[in-house]
Design a binder for this molecule. Structure first.
Ligand code: ADE
Length: 232
């Protein structure tokens, strides 16, 4: 893979990566700053897309159309949807789905986008394998899980809503961008991987936990990203 796009929703999630870039050029498009340069000897474009699925989808399309990236990696934090997935653990996406798509009134199951072949988008096998290997090497103390990531334009901090998500989607964690990045990459036939570090348990404790653990969660994703980019 020649040039890769790396998307984070928030400044905190991409700040360290941006500071590590060499020969950096910055272009502002759609109110987003695209940082193009060399990261770990690899051509990369690092960008903060802003929070939510619309921002993330627009950003992904720009990376593909205007920066010609050959793969898209999304890094950030997420709320755990499984008891065995602890704070600071890493989740690598096998695939993604949007939990807030609801055409049930038309007879579609929740999460299914009407008139699309699929609503579940598969991440790139090679990126998953490489990311797993890098985790074992650079953050061996951290639990690594590979499974479905579900996204919606909602911060999940309610135990009832979490139970609904668990019951309706086979998700490992929940966040607000991954599945829209995945859908955009799928439509353009570009490989992608969503990498999330767990900052909270997506329940009543989520807001407090998020504030406390966001930093350590991001530190782990940066180590993983550095190792992964160096191997591409
Ligand atoms: N990102 C981190 N934690 C989250 C949560 N609980 N819900 C949605 N997005 C998140």
């Amino acid at each position: 893979m020649k040039k890769i796009g790396i998307i984070g929703a928030m400044d905190e999630e991409v700040q360290i990566l941006k500071s590590q870039m060499q020969n950096e050029k910055v272009k502002t498009i759609a109110s987003m700053e695209f940082h193009e340069g060399i990261l770990k000897n690899h051509e990369a474009v690092v960008v903060r897309c802003g929070i939510g699925k619309v921002n993330a989808a627009i950003c992904t399309q720009i990376l593909i159309d205007l920066f010609d990236v050959e793969a898209v990696i999304n890094t950030g934090v997420a709320g755990s949807l499984r008891n065995e997935i602890e704070i600071a653990d890493i989740v690598l996406s096998t695939d993604t789905q949007q939990h807030d798509v609801d055409a049930t009134g038309f007879g579609y199951p929740v999460g299914v986008i009407p008139r699309m072949e699929s609503s579940i988008f598969q991440a790139d096998e090679r990126l998953i394998t490489l990311a797993k290997e890098v985790c074992e090497e650079v953050i061996p103390e951290v639990g690594v899980h590979t499974g479905r990531i579900v996204s919606g334009d909602q911060f999940i901090s309610d135990s009832g809503k979490k139970t609904w998500l668990v019951d309706n989607f086979n998700g490992y964690c929940t966040e607000m961008e991954g599945a829209s990045i995945a859908q955009t990459a799928y439509l353009n036939q570009v490989p992608f991987l969503i990498i999330r570090a767990i900052s909270d348990k997506a329940d009543h404790s989520a807001e407090m936990s998020y504030k406390e653990f966001e930093e350590i969660a991001i530190r782990n994703t940066v180590k993983l990203l550095n190792g992964l980019v160096a191997r591409l």
